[in-house]
Design a protein around this ligand. Structure first.
Ligand code: PEP
Ligand code: MN
Length: 273
């Protein structure tokens, strides 16, 4: 049996004050990529009106095409830090390679390991040697067992602060970018003590489906959601088609608040007033 499969109460992971698991709901949102300081402050202005308790944004972007926007790197992390301090909430950002672990560690409150790197074992070991929480996304073609083994790599180095994230898997149907595997969410909740969250943005690849699948994720037992939003999705440099605009995001967050409390979770809001 893997360590992650031990029968234990759900681990409560503390991301610089924002808790996830054991009844604490993680509501993470932000753009796919940090495009500019102006854009992130614009987003912060509407996130302020919601109970979002973790900011997201990619500074190192693992793009399918080498010709797509690759992210702002360290400058992006500096902007995230500034905006997270302005909001009074922590932030998560992706680390794409062992050589960036140190720099992401310096700024971010939580590492994100993306779908394309779920099986980068040296990267898993490196973040496992740190004391920072890790949001580990499921590989787009990874089995649940492979996903659990990836988490085990991190735990084996001494870091138990791992949050599993279901973000959709590849299917035969070109209609959808991915199929959000809610089976896996309900199953992982039985199988592991680690908190499990859902990414309905990548999980569906369609803005119009994000609301329904966010609510479905909660019903399936998810400990949180991570959602992409952009004030002008048509102009976004990445993943605009699955990013919620301001109006859609505000209305999602209102529904999330009531659904979360109806389901008995605590949605801790600690943004600055
Ligand atoms: C992201 O969160 O923007 C991202 C690249 O996600 P994934 O690794 O799930 O594709
Ligand atoms: Mn994205």
């Amino acid at each position: 049996m893997l360590k992650v499969e031990q029968k234990r109460p759900t681990k409560i992971v503390d991301i610089s004050g924002t808790k996830v698991g054991g009844g604490h709901f993680l509501f993470c949102a932000g753009p796919c990529a940090v495009e500019s300081r102006e854009l992130l402050f614009k987003i912060a202005d509407y996130l302020k009106k919601t109970p979002v308790n973790l900011l997201r944004g990619g500074a190192f972007k693992p793009r399918t095409s080498p010709y797509s926007f690759q992210g702002l790197g360290e400058d992006g992390l500096k902007i995230l830090k500034e905006v997270s301090e302005y909001l009074g909430i922590p932030f998560v950002s992706e680390v794409t390679d062992t050589k960036y672990v140190e720099i992401v560690y310096k700024y971010a409150d939580c590492f994100q390991i993306g779908s394309r790197n779920m099986s980068s074992f040296e990267l898993l070991k490196e973040v496992g040697k740190t004391d920072k929480p890790v949001l580990l996304k499921r590989g787009m073609a990874a089995t649940v067992k492979e996903f659990l083994n990836a988490a085990e790599y991190i735990l084996n180095e001494g870091n138990e602060n791992v949050i599993l994230c279901e973000r959709g898997i590849r299917s035969f149907d070109p209609e959808f970018r991915n199929i959000l595997d809610l089976n896996a969410v309900a199953f992982l909740k039985q199988k592991t003590f680690l908190p499990v969250i859902v990414d309905p943005s990548h999980g569906t690849g369609k803005r119009s489906l994000v609301r329904r699948l966010s609510l479905a994720a909660i019903a399936a037992g998810s400990d949180g959601i991570i959602v992409e939003t952009h004030p002008n999705p048509e102009k976004a440099l990445s993943d605009g088609f699955q990013s919620l605009n301001i109006k859609e995001f505000i209305s999602l967050s209102q529904e999330i608040s009531s659904f979360v409390s109806y389901s008995g979770y605590e949605l801790q809001k600690h943004q600055k007033d």
